[in-house]
Write a protein that binds this ligand. Structure first.
Ligand code: SF4
Ligand code: SF4
Length: 70
């Protein structure tokens, strides 16, 4: 693993499309058991640190994910 990073998911924006889960090479994202205000089980970051590749943020149609590297 070359780089390390972490992400923040704005769970209020998430619509549970699971695209971020599908693309993550570290399996660092799951769907939460709880519901957000929109009635979805939002994505949850479960494995810090991840490699910080930003694929999840690029894929998210709701722009709910921010990536931090370093
Ligand atoms: S930045 Fe990359 S490794 Fe980290 S959660 Fe997103 S897709 Fe997964
Ligand atoms: S890609 Fe975005 S909207 Fe879809 S599950 Fe992930 S955080 Fe939620």
């Amino acid at each position: 693993m070359a780089a390390k990073g972490k992400i923040k998911i704005d769970q209020g924006l998430c619509k549970a499309c699971e695209l971020c889960i599908t693309v993550c090479p570290d399996e660092a994202i799951c769907l939460s058991d709880s519901l957000n205000d929109k009635g979805y089980h939002p994505a949850e970051y479960v494995k810090e640190p991840c490699r910080g590749c930003a694929l999840c943020a690029v894929m998210c149609p709701e722009v709910a994910i921010e990536v931090y590297r370093g």
